[in-house]
Design a protein around this ligand. Structure first.
Ligand SMILES: [Cu+2]
Length: 412
């Protein structure tokens, strides 16, 4: 069934809860549950990113193709209803035979449920299953909702902000990082139809947008990661305001931090950090992203841009063999410490960055989380690339509506 617009033209989204597999860099294939849009048969991780406008009436139909009841929760959205033949009824916890079976209205196996809410406030939000959440959410039933502030026009960069004009949330490029962790033993138990025992939860993989490093740095919709469509490589030019949205979708807290500069936290859980005219935003080295939390931050690389002739770096530059050079194929190095310059690279190093850009890590500061089942490097790690001015196209760092999940109301 194609995605249909509702009568008022607001977004109608169809998600299906299905199973599938993801791939990790160490060659593992992990069984997951996840949300999917109309186009594919298997689950994706995370679910499709839903982007709507402030004031939209958002209608989401959930079709359940899993063997147990499944639902959707929308933390931070006010007034969520279920549409029935006789009208809209508020959703709420579901008890059967005196037992809580779901935190919200659900779809039975092979059944559907339709939710509706008004996206009244701009910001970054999570959606996830509200049923058996200590099993279904870590299995992969989660995704992101972004509500654009009133007046946002994707074609007019002057209108780009997370929370509206004059909120200190204006940005030039934006990135979304949904973080979580996976215990592959429990996932395998579910695949085999065995019980999922949360008490034995022991994650071995840590993911950003469903991928483990170094896959995190691969492009969006890389064909060899068909169920993990979203990359998390951050790219910007000096001085640009980069909006980085974090969402904690796991069971554990993840201390995330970028190198190069601190981030300024401008909003928490979809709420602007401002009290009247008082700006409550604050700079952080590390942001501890807890389960279900969202953080909006502005990252701005404001390091000095040295030039080898007019403003040389004021300290001796180490000779080549004393510079930090990684294994062959791993070095993001141009052969020169000057932004935009390129020089020699050591014998045996095969990688050379393209424009003489700088790279900084962005990673979990809990070091076991930057491994893939014990192997470093991996896990919850990506890079921030600072590119020479004028070298990044306008398409870099644009969060597009996922046209397959949001086909009805693309603004043109
Ligand atoms: Cu670090």
């Amino acid at each position: 069934m194609p995605t249909q617009a509702t009568a008022n033209g607001s977004p109608a989204i169809h998600l299906r809860a299905v199973d599938g597999y993801i791939i990790t860099p160490d060659g593992a294939s992990i069984y997951i549950w996840g949300y999917r849009d109309e186009t594919g048969r298997a689950a994706q991780l995370p679910g499709p990113t839903i982007i709507v406008n402030q004031g939209d009436t958002v209608t989401i139909k959930l079709t359940n193709e899993l063997p147990e009841i499944v639902s959707l929760m929308f933390p931070g959205q006010n007034g969520v209803f279920r549409l029935t033949n006789s009208g809209a009824v508020p959703v709420g916890p579901i008890y059967e035979n005196g037992r809580l079976v779901s935190l919200t209205d659900y779809a039975p196996p092979r059944g559907t449920v339709i939710y509706q809410f008004v996206a009244s406030r701009p910001g970054t939000y999570i959606y996830h299953s509200g049923t058996e959440i200590n099993k279904q959410v870590p299995m992969g039933l989660y995704g992101a909702i972004i509500v654009r502030p009133a007046g946002f026009d994707p074609l007019d960069p002057a209108t780009w902000s997370a929370y509206g004009p004059e909120t200190g949330t204006e940005f030039d490029r934006e990135y979304l990082l949904v973080v979580a962790e996976i215990d592959p033993v429990l996932h395998e138990a579910v695949r085999l139809g065995k019980p999922y025992r949360p008490g034995t939860y022991r994650p071995r993989y840590w993911t950003i947008n469903g991928r483990c490093a170094p896959d995190t740095m691969l492009p969006d919709r890389a064909t060899y990661l068909p169920r993990q469509p979203y990359g998390s490589m951050i790219m910007a030019e000096p001085g640009e305001r980069v909006l980085i949205r974090y969402i904690g979708a796991g069971c554990d807290a993840h201390p995330l931090h970028p190198h190069g500069n601190h981030t300024r936290v401008v909003a928490l859980d979809g709420r602007l950090l401002r009290n009247g005219t008082q700006d409550l935003s604050h700079k952080h080295f590390t942001v501890l992203v807890g389960p279900g939390q969202t953080y909006d931050q502005i990252f701005q690389w404001d390091g000095p841009v040295y030039d080898p002739v007019t403003t040389p770096i004021p300290t001796p530059i180490p000779n080549l063999r004393n510079q930090a050079i990684g294994d062959a194929g791993w070095t993001m190095w141009s052969g020169s410490p000057y932004l935009g310059q390129k020089g020699d690279i050591p014998i045996g190093v095969t990688s050379l960055n393209v424009t003489g850009e700088y790279y900084f890590m962005l990673h979990s500061h809990s070091e076991p989380q930057i491994t893939n089942w014990g192997e470093f490097p991996g896990g919850m790690m990506t890079m921030i690339g600072i590119f020479p001015a004028g070298t990044l196209g306008p398409e870099v760092g644009r969060l597009q509506r996922d046209s397959r999940a949001n086909s009805t109301r693309e603004r043109r």
